[in-house]
Design a protein around this ligand. Structure first.
Ligand SMILES: [Zn+2]
Ligand SMILES: [Zn+2]
Length: 245
């Protein structure tokens, strides 16, 4: 029932509230083709833990013990106003075309990694398993969708990777992380995830998908839960990452 109500809500928003370009106001686009050039793609990939330049986004040797993921690929710096607005429109105002643009930008960018075999989780020839960061069922009922799941499905479909959306559950309904510092965020998400079917992780390199990576505590905690059951690599792909200044 909640799902149907949400679908009606999204339909009505699209019907009653025509979209306008976030930058110039032109009607009919979430970001018109002319203004899309103002979105700046990342210049370089970095170690997700210390922010130092890192080829293909792999965690640097001095950070191996500081994070549970093995690398992170992101499309753009989250500090850009347009990026923040685009994500907010999708997640909180249910503007579907904002999500479609995000997916389009991200998947096109990933093409170069995959086609040139620069995608490091491929390096040891294991099958790739895509897992979206789960949201708590209460949040799912409220929003009607999990944006990470939508991105994950699109990425998996494009590259013919396997996606699992139900082997891990978010059991802790965490409050907003925005007012918490790094340690607070870590505590907030501690034990938030349980792996329900660990046999699915066997012999796979896992790639976690989310829309945003800020302190990294959520993805790190999810990777920690996964690595209790596997010694294989756990990477992450996000649309936007909050870079260090
Ligand atoms: Zn525009
Ligand atoms: Zn590092």
């Amino acid at each position: 029932m909640a799902k149907i109500t949400n679908k009606i809500k999204i339909f009505l928003i699209e019907l009653l509230w025509p979209i306008h370009c976030l930058n110039c106001g032109q009607e009919g686009y979430v970001l018109c083709s002319n203004c899309q050039k103002y979105i700046k793609k990342r210049q370089q990939l970095t170690c997700p833990s210390c922010g130092k330049l890192s080829i293909y986004g792999a965690v640097c040797p001095s950070c191996y013990n500081k994070t549970n993921i093995d690398g992170l690929i992101f499309y753009a710096d989250y500090r850009q106003v347009l990026i923040k607005k685009l994500i907010g429109l999708w997640k909180y105002k249910y503007v579907k075309t904002a999500g479609e643009l995000i997916i389009d930008l991200l998947t096109k960018d990933l093409e170069s990694f995959v086609e040139d075999n620069k995608f490091l989780p491929f390096a040891d020839q294991k099958e790739i398993l895509i897992i979206p960061v789960p949201i708590h069922k209460n949040k799912y009922l409220k929003r009607g969708f999990n944006q990470s799941e939508i991105i994950a499905n699109a990425v998996a479909k494009k590259f013919n990777w396997r996606v699992e959306t139900s082997i891990i559950e978010r059991v802790k309904n965490t409050n907003s992380q925005t007012k918490l510092d790094k340690d607070g965020r870590k505590q907030n998400v501690k034990n938030a995830f349980i792996v329900k079917d660990f046999s699915a992780l066997k012999n796979k390199n896992v790639v976690l998908i989310d829309d945003v990576y800020t302190s990294g505590s959520t993805i790190d905690e999810l990777a920690r839960a996964i690595k209790k059951y596997t010694d294989e690599k756990v990477w992450a792909i996000v649309f936007a990452k909050q870079n260090f200044s």
